[in-house]
Design a binder for this molecule. Sequence first.
Ligand code: SDX
Length: 429
Amino acid sequence: MSQEKAKLTIGGETYEFDILTGSVGPAVIDIRSLYAKTGMFTYDPGFTSTAACDSTITYIDGDKGELLYRGYSIDQLAQDSHYLEVCFLLLYGHLPSKKELTDFTNRITNHTMLHEQMHYLYRGFRRDAHPMAIVCGVVGAMAAFYHDSTDITDPEQREVASVRMIAKIPTIAANAYKYSIGQPFVYPRNDLSYAGNFLHMCFSVPTENYEVNPIIERAMDRIFTLHADHEQNASTSTVRLSGSSDANPFACIAAGVACLWGPAHGGANEAALNMLREIGTPDRIPEFVARAKDKNDPFRLMGFGHRVYKSYDPRAQVMQDTAKEVLDLLGVENNPTLQVARALEKVALEDEYFVSRKLYPNVDFYSGIILDAIGFPTSMFTAIFSLARTVGWISQWKEMIADPQKKIGRPRQLYQGEVRRDYVLLENR
Ligand code: SDX
């Protein structure tokens, strides 16, 4: 806590509030006593200036374009680590020893199958259902199959639910893809890596052998790492708010999936690729940039801008490099979509409208190009984002549940509606 106090003067009376400081980043004014002292609320729709919790998991410096998972920078982790090690780091706060990593990997690997009866859930959906609708429904239904890990007061059950969630989300997402294309589900294999298993469950068919391409496997794993966690974003805040009511972990993750689906959030990767395809060629970029700047046009450059990053999203840089690597490997020379993306980025970053608003490419701008090159339909992009973000949601949920200060989240409002008035009988209206 800082020695200095924050002072607020209202109606000639001055109120003091503690200033709390973290290990790095902005300090906070502790306003928990504000309403009791002043009878007033703060007003912050969209939470642009609100810290909703303490956390030790992920730190973002939006001005520097820095992203740290438990203190380790995203570019180093994307380069030198791999997703399951990042999962361990996010969950337990330290890089695992060899034995810890082996044990954790085995635990995850041995929980990748779904309860066989869960396969019937998929048959209730239309074949053309969006994979995110399926993933959201099946994740929520996990509470009906894994009821023995829903007691949130039991640390062991919280641990089991966490492992099950991380282990099974690739199988759930892959099944949603297979169901949408009318192919049989493919069971996970314990001899494959986490990313390799996902590729296998998505792209192998019973009629022939499927070999995981190691470069694609590495790119997939890196995409998972880049999306693993991101502080108190909308979907993570949804998971926390859901968890604050002591809802079971599967219900909380399903809520996070639902929130991430929005095109302003995780749905932007699907929208960004669709936008790049609609632009089609670099000569149409000015038309779309003009629309993005037009206040009367709801169109925005998808994959651009960020609430926190007011500089280049560090994940977008790694994603751009990975896109080139994958496209080169696949021999997709001069991929038109990548060409449009690079040209659009150049135009936007030289345009006063974007520069003055500090709008840069975010994680969603290039990811779709890689996923498209690997062979995923755009409808699977956000399901893959959900898959990767599950460890972040679960880590943040566990941190909140274990927090002795945990309280149910219950924001207030500035009421602008009718004041009290008497009911008028129908015959008198
Ligand atoms: C993710 O929070 C996270 O960490 C999320 C995420 C994660 O990992 O969890 O990083 C993942 O969701 C990334 C963001 C993906 N969404 C998009 O790419 C959709 C397009 N971008 C936006 O809609 C927007 O930039 C947001 C939603 C991302 C951020 O919105 P903010 O912070 O509320 O900013 P704003 O809407 O108030 O915009 C500020 C100004 C406005 O103009 P003015 O009113 O000042 O004139 O910038 C403009 C906006 O109109 N603006 C854009 C724009 N983004 C903002 N104009 C055109 N195109 C855009 N993309």
